[in-house]
Design a protein around this ligand. Sequence first.
Ligand code: GTP
Ligand code: PEP
Length: 212
Amino acid sequence: MQWSLVIPLKPLALAKSRLADTATDGLRPGLALAFAEDTVAAALACAAVRDVAVVTDDALAGRVLAALGARIVPDEPGGGLNAALAHGAAAVRAVRPEAPLAALNADLPALRPRELARVLDAAGEFPRAFLPDAAGIGTTLLSVAAGRELLPAFGVDSRARHRASGAVELRPGAVDSVRQDVDTGEDLRAALSLGVGPRTAVAAAHLLIPGQ
Ligand SMILES: Nc1nc2c(ncn2[C@@H]2O[C@H](COP(=O)(O)OP(=O)(O)OP(=O)(O)O)[C@@H](O)[C@H]2O)c(=O)[nH]1
Ligand SMILES: C=C(OP(=O)(O)O)C(=O)O
């Protein structure tokens, strides 16, 4: 099964505000871009992925991620994360209506292609499914079979909301890299110990992270 992925990305100057105590205003946009680059590169290297669309209005991120091979979809709704995902899903479906589709966060710098393939293989068994984040409160991936609506409910308590919406919670085991999103300094430390991609390794080397 070959998936289309939709990855949302805020304008870099606004992204990852909860990392303010770990990275200065000057360094945070570069760090957010590095996370997105490593996420997109790992997604494109996954054997179960046919294409990746990034929904963003950030011009620099758009250029860099397009060069990696992503399709860039402007965030036309401008209505926040779930509106951006629904818009991205519609743009993908317009080109490839028969493909299964999944939304994936852009802040997964430790993402490993084989672990993503394991999650997508598990997701392919269900009409709609999701993977909880490492903290057990949010969501890092939401999938739908062809012909179904994505109905994204990302944001606060999205694990409970995706479950309540009828999506099946995936428990594929040994997929830490797909669950480890980075919102806080502690998350970044956890991602670094899993092993991050090359752009995040360089960007994080500029930070003073206790314990690293
Ligand atoms: N296109 C788009 N992407 C969004 C929007 N809001 C959030 N995202 C992306 O959705 C994903 C999950 O969001 P968060 O984990 O909250 O990331 P964030 O908003 O950069 O982090 P904070 O500023 O700390 O809340 C990230 O990949 C964000 O870049 C939006 O309005 N439009
Ligand atoms: C948007 C989400 O991410 P975070 O909790 O990382 O903001 C989510 O988990 O639904």
